[in-house]
Design a protein around this ligand. Structure first.
Ligand SMILES: Nc1ncnc2c1ncn2[C@@H]1O[C@H](COP(=O)(O)OP(=O)(O)OP(=O)(O)O)[C@@H](O)[C@H]1O
Ligand SMILES: [Mg+2]
Length: 359
């Protein structure tokens, strides 16, 4: 019995492009299906030469086509899309839009949560990747945006060193497990900090954000640059309807930070949803988070203990939530993720009314 073309094409509907998250059949990537008795040859057209995802396609094609009745062997070849095909694909993915959309290319239902702080080094990046991993574990389709134009440490923390794939003018985020990652750092040579200032930075960020193809996301977690200054304000304006989480250390420095954070929320029309106290310990103490939260009239979403595993797993490119899910820090972060999800459910409750706004 010879292999059947229709059943092969049907099986190929289950072969998903790992980055574009759609079946190869729907993406018009299947070039050719050759049947010679029990021997099946398939050609898939990749978006770019040297696409790093070949082995994923190999595995999936073997898994779905291999067991079909009449199939004895499967061989997979790759071809590359022509510029016209890439353009057609881009149009398709953008839902027929040919014009560049202004602002970030996200669906209106995607939640955007920006992780901010009054000062540097409080653990924003560490919490961003771990919260993202925890959201993903909850079954949310999660993206991580590294918007720290000075530091961009997220690719390192997630162990993603691949450049994003450029399809036509669309930037496709690389993935780690189910997380999609985009970093301004991918586009900078030698990790040099961005030297643009003011309007130029705003323009560059706007183009960068609008060209990223996020696909369908439930939540996007954004690692913000430290401080609540101009860059943060500019980013806040580019991230429509972002909600802000403020990270602080246990030492109470609340008042000054609260005023600056409130100013930022007001200028960017974002909503502060709560405070996280990080590095709670016998050495640093605790209480700074509670003080800041009450100063701002928002909830303390949780505290994360000082734990060397957070640093070590970060250095190893694996969030502690995945590397050591039973550790105190991982458990605390999983609870935080639940708390953040709950703020959405209770929308309307806990909205900042009593911000110490400055004029
Ligand atoms: N709870 C914690 N326990 C132990 N180490 C931590 C904890 N949180 C963060 N760290 C470590 O503290 C350092 C600073 O953290 P991180 O880079 O996440 O801060 P940041 O706020 O993003 O800094 P920056 O403002 O420079 O971007 C890192 O070495 C990180 O591993
Ligand atoms: Mg950082």
């Amino acid at each position: 019995m010879a292999a059947n073309r229709d059943s092969i094409l049907e099986a190929l509907e289950r072969v998903i492009d790992p980055e574009l998250r759609k079946p190869v059949t729907e993406l018009d990537m299947v070039r050719d299906v050759r049947i010679d008795g029990g021997d099946v040859g398939i050609t898939i057209a990749l978006t770019v030469v040297g696409c790093p995802l070949r082995s994923s396609f190999q595995d999936q094609v073997q898994r779905h086509v291999g067991p079909l009745p009449g199939v004895e062997s499967v061989s997979l070849d790759f071809d590359v899309m022509s510029p016209d095909e890439r353009q057609a694909l881009t149009r398709k993915l953008r839902g027929g839009l040919t014009e560049r959309t202004k602002g970030i290319s996200l669906d209106a239902s995607t939640r955007v949560v920006a992780v901010c702080s009054g000062k540097g080094g409080v653990g924003k990046s560490t919490l961003t990747v771990n919260l993202a991993a925890a959201f993903s574990d909850l079954g949310l389709r999660t993206g991580v945006l590294d918007a720290d134009v000075y530091g961009h440490s997220i690719p390192h923390l997630l162990g993603i060193h691949r450049q994003p794939v450029l399809v036509d003018r669309m930037i496709v985020p690389p993935v780690r497990r189910d997380l999609k990652l985009m970093s301004i750092g991918f586009f900078l040579e030698d990790n040099a900090p961005v030297m643009w200032r003011g309007p130029m930075l705003h323009k560059a960020l706007e183009q960068f954000l609008s060209d990223v193809h996020w696909g369908e996301l439930d939540i996007l977690v954004v690692d913000m640059p430290p401080g609540t200054g101009d860059v943060a304000i500019s980013l806040g304006q580019l991230l429509p309807r972002a909600e802000v989480i403020l990270v602080t250390t246990p030492q109470p420095l609340a008042q000054e930070v609260a005023i600056r954070a409130a100013r930022m929320a007001q200028k960017t029309n974002t909503r502060l949803i709560g405070v996280i106290e990080n590095m709670t310990s016998a050495v640093f103490g605790s209480g700074g988070g509670e003080t800041l939260a009450s100063e701002l009239g928002v909830p303390l979403l949780g505290t994360v203990p000082l734990d060397a595993r957070l640093r070590l797993s970060g250095d190893a490119g694996e969030p502690v939530v995945w590397a050591d899910p039973d550790s105190d820090a991982a458990v605390a972060i999983a609870e935080l993720a639940d708390a953040v999800v709950a703020t959405h459910r209770e929308r309307g409750v806990g909205i900042v009314k009593s911000l110490p706004l400055v004029s």
